[in-house]
Design a protein around this ligand. Structure first.
Ligand code: GDP
Ligand code: CA
Length: 306
């Protein structure tokens, strides 16, 4: 079975670790978010692609939830001591990857080419493709002003409420090579339990990607990132409350109107599905360990044609 999965960083990567264990990873294409990519210290950082690269190669830090295990921070300490830009946390091991990516981009390679190379070097079985090779950046409009994603998320600790999002460059962005083919050829389309606004939103803002989902002839299923109406981590619940008007499964599904046929939701949200316009699949969705991740991935596969 060929699967195409749209994913953000941490929540998405956690889910993908389960998916590659219950489905054939060589038939999986992951379309990653690039809306929160950032230039720091002269380097191009793709936090969501990196979370996926690290999680699927086993290099990730389980406790911190992002970055690499056994990380050290000497380079950043030096940057800080020298009065450099140190607000965005980059570990020593992590830096090596950013150096390689940045050089390749400067040499004229596309982000998708570099990403494929990194994925191969790290032994990933699925294909990992950025949504686009073109510039696409998420901006947040808040009562305190407009901020690029990382400034809002990291520097300001996502404390500002979000009134609106802008996916700069998305309207003119072309999908990276292979993205539309993966969606058109898939037997199942999956949206990971990622933040609908800042992780999946930028991917769906690329017109040809949205169009591929709209014309799908196979089931598409999303996994809710909420458990009991609350985000496991991060601002997804606050954003849904303010931008969609609530945190029920129907509110989550409203972010994907016309694009999904089923929503995997947690048992804790199961009594709130009356107005859900797509098929509910109820399971425990908190990915506490390998068993939980696999169980969640299996629930997603229930939607697949037999
Ligand atoms: P980011 O790009 O690193 O912010 O990560 P994502 O957007 O991919 O994932 C963030 C979302 O993952 C948050 O909204 C969390 O609620 C969700 N999440 C994290 N862990 C879990 C989990 O165990 N189960 C579910 N259902 N969602 C989770
Ligand atoms: Ca992200």
């Amino acid at each position: 079975m060929r699967i195409a999965a749209l994913s953000g960083g941490v929540g998405g990567a956690r889910f993908l670790r389960g998916l590659v264990e219950v489905a054939d990873p060589s038939l999986l294409t992951i379309v990653g978010n690039v809306g929160d990519d950032v230039e720091v210290l002269g380097m191009h950082v793709s936090p969501d692609l990196d979370s996926i690269l690290y999680a699927l190669s086993g290099l990730h830090d389980e406790e911190r939830g992002w970055g690499r295990a056994e990380e050290t921070w000497h380079a950043l300490e030096t940057v800080s001591a020298l009065g450099g830009e140190a607000w965005f946390r980059l570990g020593d091991r992590d830096l090596g990857l950013h150096l390689v990516r940045t050089q390749a981009l400067r040499d004229g390679q596309a982000l998708s080419q570099v990403t494929a190379r990194l994925a191969r070097a790290l032994g990933l079985e699925p294909a990992l493709v950025p949504a686009t090779d073109d510039g696409l950046r998420t901006w947040l409009e808040t009562p305190a002003g407009r901020f690029p994603f990382q400034e809002w998320f990291v520097a300001r600790g996502h404390r500002d409420e979000v009134d609106a999002l802008r996916y700069e460059g998305a309207a003119d962005a072309a999908p990276a090579p292979g993205v539309v083919a993966a969606l058109d050829d898939a037997d199942l389309i999956v949206i990971a339990p990622s933040n609908p606004y800042v992780s999946i939103g930028p991917i769906l803002a690329v017109p040809a990607i949205r169009a591929a989902l709209e014309r799908r002839r196979v089931p598409a299923v999303a996994v809710s990132p909420l458990v009991g109406g609350r985000a496991v981590k991060g601002p997804a619940d606050r954003m849904l409350a303010r931008l969609a008007g609530g945190t029920s499964p129907a509110h989550v599904a409203s972010c994907y109107a016309g694009l999904i046929d089923a929503l995997v939701l947690d048992e804790a949200d199961a009594d709130d599905t009356a107005s859900l316009p797509v098929r509910p699949i109820v399971t425990r969705t908190l990915m506490v360990d390998g068993d939980a991740r696999r169980r969640l991935a299996e629930a997603v596969l229930e939607v697949a044609p037999v």
